[in-house]
Design a protein around this ligand. Sequence first.
Ligand code: NAP
Length: 544
Amino acid sequence: MTSRTDNDVDVEVLVIGAGVVGIYALYRAIEAGFTAQTLEAGDGIGGVWYWNRYPAARFDSESYTYGYIFSKELFDEWKWDEEFATQPEIERYLNHVVDRFALRQHIRTGQRVVSAVWNEDDSLWQVTTEAGETIRARWVISATGGLSVPHYPEIDGIDDFQGEGHHTGAWPHEQLDFTGKRVAIIGNGPSGAQILPAIVDIVEQVDLYQRTPTWTTPLNNAPMSDEKRAWLSENFEMVVRTLTKSPTGFMHPPAGKFSTEDSAEERQAFYEEIWKAPGFGKLTSNYYDMTTNREVNLEFCDFLARKVRSIVKDPVTAERLIPKDHLFGAKRPPFIADYYESFNKPNASLVALRETPIVRVDATGIETTEGHRDYDIIVYATGFDFGTGALTRMGITGREGLDLSTDWEDGPFDFAGFAAHRLPNFFFPGGPHGAGGGNYPRYSQDQIDWIADALIHAREHGFDRFEPTAEQEEGWMTMVETLAPQSIFSAEHSHYYGANVQGKPKKFLLNPGGRAKLHEILDEMTSTTDFNGALVASHERVAV
Ligand code: NAP
């Protein structure tokens, strides 16, 4: 395919972000013959896998299902060490991909975008970096991620702490030495829960500050064997088919049955098997009605609660670790090895913040209503401004002066989780309403593939504008609002509702229709040459 330049612009496709999604977007743009460039705020490649370098950060989707599946050569040549790879290997992998497909020359790191303004007369975006450079682009793909803006808790005195205080999502590059240190971990989501077992054996003391207990289950990781690698290579086509078709983007075998098909005894035996299933298999290989039948879910929760009581020796701690306010899967569950076991170590303790809330952080540690504890390190594993955080901070101004940060004050209003009316030629794959609750890169790949195909189609048919119509956007948002109550991620106090960030409107931020709905709506759009009015030839341009 030949490359086409455009007189008005510096680059045809500008990608913002060099994480898993941005790298793929750049690859597709270059492969399609567009001039393309990526601006990345970090000083390296990897997005969340660049920033989240805390101890034991790792996938909880199987490595080969999270990595790219667009190239069999790449799939075969990267030999994952483990079923669930750790952050250093993931960062190496993403750097390898960038070099292997000659993408690095198109990526500029250390370039934070601070504004993106639509120029109606020229039909292009003017994107400005923190350093003051402006780049004009015909199309912008903002692959800025749903979990890229760290959320620090609203606790008095955080800045007064004289020790090391770090958020998991902005972890320092110089590895912190935890040996012999007194450590506080605030937050017990997947990040906080991953760190605890990783450091408990080397620290003097570690206290986990928990506000809401989670249904944490073992990851059940394993080294990748040569046999498994050979099997994956031989079955590559099937793997791609499964990952592309599966509603969740995983390869876990389905249970193939409803709970009613088993006796009470058989169900307990089945739950034991599920406890040993890898990662998200506890959800995706569970009974079909686990997430739709409250009684079945309660029975499984009861099984999990007994597991916690059997592992954690102190009965008071065990009770505090058992969720009382949500069913299994209603909040995104962490999958972590040795989490509950860590609380049996003499140097680990649980601080139940519902009983003894934090009063303040001060120079030497943390004061709760129960007293003061001194620390050398405080880890803020307190999550992210999910879904909208990056986009509403990027100074995005669309058509007719649309200011995205104010337009989304009551929650994001978008189309297909990657575009919006009055934001012509601007795509944000992996944004709000993007993921459906499953293997994130597989959802994002669906979006990127569609966007790349749409740009190729636009070029071939002489269109230079893509903008979902108000009706298309409303149709999508009606779907989101109608189906949100049926989503398994129904706990309204979770970050999937933005509830972890004070003042953020409580709006469902995933795609509750999943991949099926996404494809149905996009296929309907592409059934016409002008995408039912979303594609427009607005501007006479000379291609050279
Ligand atoms: P998270 O799931 O949002 O958890 C944040 C934790 O911080 C929660 O326990 C929350 O308590 C607590 N918290 C927030 N504000 C607090 C406050 N003011 N005082 C006390 N506690 C507070 O964040 P995360 O663990 O970083 O995970 C975010 C997402 O990243 C996950 O959903 C997942 O998609 C991804 N992730 C994946 C992996 C992996 O295994 N691959 C690892 C890490 C993260 P409440 O529950 O009470 O709000």
